[in-house]
Design a protein around this ligand. Sequence first.
Ligand code: P6P
Length: 343
Amino acid sequence: MSHRISLTRYLVEQQREHGRIPPELRLLLEIVARACKRIAISVNKGALGEVLGSAESENVQGEVQKKLDIIANEVLIDANEWGGHLAAMASEEMENIHVVPNRYPQGEYLLMFDPLDGSSNIDVNVSIGTIFSVLKKPNDDPKAIEPVSEQDFMQAGSQQVAAGYCVYGPQTTLVLTVGDGVAMFTLDREQGSWVMTADQVSIPEDTKEFAINMSNMRHWDQPVKRYVDECLAGKDGVRGKDFNMRWIASMVADVHRILTRGGVFMYPWDKREPNKPGKLRLMYEANPMSWLIEQAGGAATNGRQRILDIKPTELHQRVSVVLGSKNEVERITAYHLEADAAQ
Ligand code: P6P
């Protein structure tokens, strides 16, 4: 077996040899990785750790919080606020940004996360994950007098300096990009360290596997119905090949499968909530996942435009998501644009 390098060595080499990440960003990513290790320990305890079930509270999205949602959120806040590398954090579980307390030095980075994505799967022992995204404060002048605000987070996904997720599944795997492709690190529990198990991950441009929640079919817009009907028609239809379908209902697990063997993932607009563009959140779900997918040679749009080009206006804004194998995403996007042109 070739010598596998550690996450620390990968990050030091990205800093030293590629000059891609400054020391404070390396520190930030090491701390996030350590927080994910802590979350993995709680997740893996399951019923033995009094961590399952509902927390009897609701988050800003109006979703019932699981105990593990709150535990994961607290682990990430506690791990990151003292280091001096961050100015503020934002989380799916918190309505407002969390500014680093005055007792600690403020840094130039902004960290956003969905601390535990796929919560509905926690109690049934299906893979879940932590998603994170890193931006730089727009005005990173350390002597800046104006305090960090939510407005500082309103940057397009193309401005991310790091993005990744940790999937808590049969393996605990951290997947990361700092703009030099996608690397994967599997947790070696005996040493408690992250060991590189893949680098320069590449998604096949074509696929025979699509991921969407089929129970919403009657609510979809015509372009999505057209694409999925063609997949279901298989080799007898216009696509000339049969398709397989997967839906884990944990974005992290579905994206991990796509990074590993290709595929296309869709959570499109549907008429259940016509005034919302989709279910998934732009800042800490779609943006980090879209950058990972693009860094691996895939594509990510909201059905009409590149997700990473979307200029956010609200911290928790939602977005339609179509991501994965490039040729499939381009086909679905073309169907949306054709439908728009025909209107
Ligand atoms: P549905 C999990 O709640 C999540 O935010 C994503 O991880 C996942 O892809 C999606 O929602 C599942 O949604 O409507 O199929 O339960």
